[in-house]
Design a protein around this ligand. Structure first.
Ligand SMILES: [Zn+2]
Length: 66
């Protein structure tokens, strides 16, 4: 049996769930953008070491061969 009090209570619960869902969605969206930003910033030039064949940071050189 639905009473006005129950309807208001139900509406409040639905609003809380909706806001919670939106907050999670926004947080995931932000995290995704952050990840994309980080990955593009973290792009480094990789070169193949002529001695051992390992892919190494072009700036730092091969850590295996020294
Ligand atoms: Zn090497």
């Amino acid at each position: 049996m639905f009473t006005p009090t129950k309807l208001i209570f139900l509406a409040v619960i639905l609003a809380v769930i909706w806001f919670g869902y939106r907050m999670i969605e926004r947080r995931q969206d932000t995290a995704k953008h952050e990840r994309e930003k980080t990955s593009s910033d973290a792009t480094v030039d990789m070169i193949e070491c002529k001695k051992c064949g390992a892919w190494v940071d072009a700036k730092e050189g091969c850590s295996i061969c020294g």
